[in-house]
Design a protein around this ligand. Structure first.
Ligand SMILES: [Zn+2]
Length: 134
């Protein structure tokens, strides 16, 4: 509980006083912003503080991340099909083993940022595929 911190001197800056309350928190995942309201005790001087663990909020955050990963996976499927590549050919381009792409598309593995970036570039400039060895 963060109530024990209420009206105590902030141990982080040693100048302010902590007050229990809520604070808008922005987190980001792969460039997507996630806004939430965090409960805790916050300093009136340094604005740092102690967050209260909220299981429902934690689950909402993990669900948000899963949704973005699922969007990445379906985006890779769409771009691969647009480029008329098989999963094996796409895996040769991306590296990571011959099954890598089918694992990305099924959500069993997360592609590194370079893979997503490569396919997004090819989505906008499909003619560049000629420059690559498939
Ligand atoms: Zn402080």
């Amino acid at each position: 509980m963060t109530n024990k911190w209420n009206e105590k001197t902030c141990p982080l800056c040693k100048e302010g006083v902590l007050h229990t309350g809520t604070k808008a928190v922005t987190q980001s995942y792969k460039g997507h912003r996630y806004l939430s309201e965090a409960r805790g005790a916050f300093c009136d001087h340094c604005e740092d503080g102690f967050l209260e663990y909220d299981e429902a909020e934690e689950i909402a955050w993990l669900t948000f991340r899963d949704r973005i990963d699922a969007e990445d996976a379906s985006e890779l499927v769409r771009i691969r099909k647009k480029l008329k590549l098989t999963q094996l050919e796409a895996a040769r381009l991306a590296g990571g083993g011959k099954n890598a792409f089918s694992r990305y598309e099924r959500g069993q593995a997360k592609p590194v940022a370079a893979v997503l970036n490569l396919f997004r570039l090819l989505d906008k400039h499909p003619d560049l595929i000629k420059e690559l060895t498939v």
